[in-house]
Design a protein around this ligand. Structure first.
Ligand code: GDP
Ligand code: IMO
Ligand code: MG
Length: 431
């Protein structure tokens, strides 16, 4: 039995959707445990592309039950839109999906607050996805959040009134922004009541029954370890724990019920939004390396956000970041994605460590200003001109690509168990 947590271990967009979708046929259940519509997970089969925000990436498969756990934050408008998009594509989503009655609702005032706070920060903004994620998790921790189950609660109206009084004071008196209308909030609540409440369930109960029956469970993360609110590049992070450990609290399962942790990472690095990025080569603000390798990654890898469409910053594979992620997640195997994007580069670099003030560091600094100041130590490997796109076996790869993988394994002290060579579900090598 292998109940596996599959997580991103860089700054998000590592290809989690693709990897989870291809693993899903062997899984009985795929469960999301944190994040919300800030996530954009892309699934490709032939010429059909599906982008999911809340819904687990197992949803395209007939026999896979999909669960949205209590650790997630759900926007009724966005989730219903996502369900309708799947319905239009012929996927009987309501038959395959259950939502934890304990998950938090993102309401219109969360999105308004997110935007107003970012605007007020000006240059120092985080570059959030603008989906209301931070304010919603804040309300959860402050114990004023509205959960799916609260739609049935007699004091719901009074709680919304109290929240709106506070939020509208913040918006108008502190953030110089327009207040939120009660009618917009009511519309979201009505939609949730009509479309989401019928799917509400006790997710831990379902999972325990499935685990007892010997079913295979895949726990799907969102974002990446460097965006974790504790272990990432704080404050340039998201507002949830994104690490493997969060799967337990975010779904209500025990530590003994996870057998493996799959760390998904690109063969290079990308980041969208602000914050430190030691191996950065290229960004939309005009940064570019002499050999245009970063631009090559951005263009060949189509590095634009699946949720916001923003261009992603690109750079070389960062060994210290992945070493850190292997430690904090207990990663048992790596899934390396987008190897094909490196095709055609005459050389490929791998960061094996950081130097700060003349000293080689043993791990990545917790402080962003120090992380901004590190000098990456690079190893340069010869590139390859051959095409690896769509390769399905190791013997189809050029020797230099194999050499890069072996160095990644050695530097990160973790075996590569999967290698992705294109966006399609079938572009995969199992090692
Ligand atoms: P996620 O958020 O981790 O699910 O990743 P995204 O879907 O946001 O971004 C990954 C992008 O890379 C998507 O457009 C995928 O279709 C694409 N992708 C995934 N794996 C590969 C790969 O091995 N090669 C190429 N060329 N594209 C890939
Ligand atoms: P997936 O699941 C990449 C980033 C935002 C911003 C920071 C905080 O597709 O990998 P938030 O809206 O969460 O408050 O934004 O986190 N971010 C992501 N970057 N992929 C994601 O999700 C992300 N979700 C949030 O760009 O820097
Ligand atoms: Mg994404």
């Amino acid at each position: 039995m292998t109940n596996t947590v599959a997580i991103g271990i860089q700054w998000g967009d590592e290809g989690k959707g693709k990897i989870v979708d291809l693993m899903a046929p062997k899984m009985d259940v795929v469960a999301r445990f944190q994040g919300g519509p800030n996530a954009g997970h892309t699934l490709v089969l032939g010429d059909k592309k599906t982008v999911l925000n809340h819904i687990p990436s197992g949803i395209l498969h007939d026999d896979t039950l999909c669960l949205i756990g209590n650790g997630t934050v759900v926007d009724p408008f966005r989730l219903v839109e996502e369900m309708d998009m799947l319905l239009d594509a012929g996927i009987p989503v309501a038959e395959r999906l259950k939502i934890s009655d304990r998950c938090q609702l993102i309401l219109p005032y969360h999105r308004t607050l997110d935007a107003a706070r970012e605007a007020a920060k000006g240059e120092g903004k985080i570059g959030t996805t603008g989906k209301g994620i931070g304010p919603c998790y804040e309300d959860k921790t402050a114990r004023r959040g509205i959960r799916l189950v609260d739609l049935t609660s007699p004091d719901l109206g009074a709680r919304i009134d109290a929240n709106l009084e506070y939020v509208n004071f913040m918006l108008t008196q502190y953030l110089n922004a327009a207040p939120v209308n009660r009618a917009d909030v009511d519309e979201a609540l009505e939609l949730a009541r009509a479309r989401l409440l019928p799917l509400a369930a006790d997710v831990p109960l379902i999972l325990q029954k499935r685990i007892k029956a010997g079913d295979q469970i895949l726990y799907e993360g969102a974002q990446g370890s460097m965006l974790d609110v504790d272990h990432g590049t704080y404050p340039f992070v998201t507002s949830s724990n994104t690490v493997a450990g969060a799967a337990l609290a975010g779904l209500g399962v025990g530590p003994g019920q996870v057998d493996a942790v799959l760390g998904i990472c690109k063969a290079y690095t990308t980041r969208v939004g602000a914050g430190p990025f030691p191996t950065e080569l290229y960004n939309a603000e005009g940064m570019c390396d002499a050999k245009n390798a970063g631009k090559h990654m951005a263009e060949k890898g189509h590095e634009f956000g699946a949720t916001t469409g923003r261009p992603r910053r690109t750079g070389w594979f960062d060994g210290p970041v992945v070493q850190h992620a292997v430690r904090i997640n207990g990663v048992t195997g790596l899934a390396i994605t987008k190897l094909d994007v490196l095709d055609g580069l005459d050389e490929v670099k791998l960061c094996t460590g950081y130097e700060l003030d003349g000293e080689v560091l043993e791990s990545i600094p917790a402080c962003c200003s120090q992380l901004d100041a590190v000098t990456p130590i690079y190893e340069t490997l010869p590139g390859w001109s051959e095409n690896t796109f769509g390769a399905t076996a190791m013997d189809q790869l050029p020797a230099n690509a194999v050499a890069l993988l072996r160095r990644i394994e050695a530097v990160c002290d973790c075996p590569v168990t999967m290698l992705s060579t294109g966006p399609d579900r079938n572009h995969i090598i199992h090692l």
